[in-house]
Design a protein around this ligand. Structure first.
Ligand code: ATP
Length: 271
């Protein structure tokens, strides 16, 4: 498999502040790859270096394919209308406008509005459309669903999956563990300037383990139990309640999220 992106030994400091201390990773063609990390971990710095928008101190970067970028803090003139922006970007990129892409992102529906009148979700859709104008092979998305409501997130996730189905490579930065768990083939977790984990969500789970929490509500109140083997624990508890003649009203199982795994890894790394 050929790589869409290969990064070796990438280093970047802002003055005395070392942000990236020798990053090594690759992104395979056609995958959705996420860079994760807490605020200030260096995700945007790494992405914008790979996008050739920021300088770096050391390392080697190879990008194989045409690139489309949706920046984190992208902004357009207040009074520009979405289709004017689309036509402008198409001209800059010497690209043909793809009406089906605009329709899929609902850009036509925004025709009468000016940029300032768009909601956060509508702005994100417009910026995604602008990043796709040149029909890129690799699409960079910096926190694509930050600030969106559930409906907006679901709709953008569908669009991102469609891009993958078209064979595009997607690289995104995110804090949103649920998003990453649903969407991404592989993830890299950045912490203290280095990658502390790289692999699939399943591999992350296998490495850190799943810990379940079981909330049982009875007529006596709610109790919480921790379990590694949810089936056995539940059976034992239910038998116990039955034996004591306590009525069980509700049971909730909390599987734990990738966020918990991530925090776990970041903490271990810091120890
Ligand atoms: N232009 C700059 N000059 C100086 N320091 C910077 C600059 N850009 C970023 N930094 C610092 O580098 C570190 C990494 O910032 P970066 O924006 O890459 O992190 P991030 O992981 O994308 O954060 P967030 O999740 O908050 O967007 C931060 O400590 C930030 O303050």
């Amino acid at each position: 498999m050929s790589y869409a992106i290969q990064v070796d030994g990438l280093k970047k400091s802002y003055g005395e502040h070392m942000v990236l201390n020798g990053l090594n990773f690759h992104v395979e063609q056609g995958e959705i790859f996420a860079l994760l990390g807490v605020n200030g971990a260096g995700k945007t710095t790494a992405l914008e270096i790979i996008e050739n928008l920021r300088k770096y101190d050391e390392g080697r970067i190879a990008v194989n394919g045409r690139v489309g970028i949706q920046l984190q803090s992208a902004s357009l003139p207040d009074h520009i209308k979405p289709m004017e922006a689309v036509r402008l970007f198409a001209k800059w990129n010497r690209a043909q406008i793809d009406p089906s892409m605009l329709a899929a992102l609902g850009i036509n529906e925004l025709a009468k509005k000016q940029y300032t009148e768009l909601s956060t979700g509508q702005k994100r859709r417009l910026h995604l459309a602008l990043s796709l104008i040149s029909d890129p092979d690799i699409v960079f998305l910096d926190e694509p669903t930050a600030g969106l409501d559930v409906e907006g997130r679901v709709s953008l996730h569908d669009q991102i999956r469609k891009l993958k189905a078209q064979g595009k490579t997607i690289v995104l930065a995110s804090h949103d563990m649920a998003e990453v768990e649903n969407l991404c083939d592989r993830i890299a977790i950045l912490n203290d300037g280095a990658i502390v984990f790289m692999g699939t969500v399943m591999e992350l789970t296998a490495r850190v383990g799943r810990h379940y929490k079981l909330h049982i509500e009875t007529e006596q109140g709610e109790a919480c139990f921790e379990a590694d083997n949810i089936g056995d624990t539940m059976l034992t508890l239910l038998e116990e309640y039955k034996r004591k003649g306590v009525e069980v009203l509700d049971i909730k199982i909390d599987r734990g999220t990738l966020e918990q795994h991530f925090i776990d890894i970041a903490r271990r790394n810091g120890e």
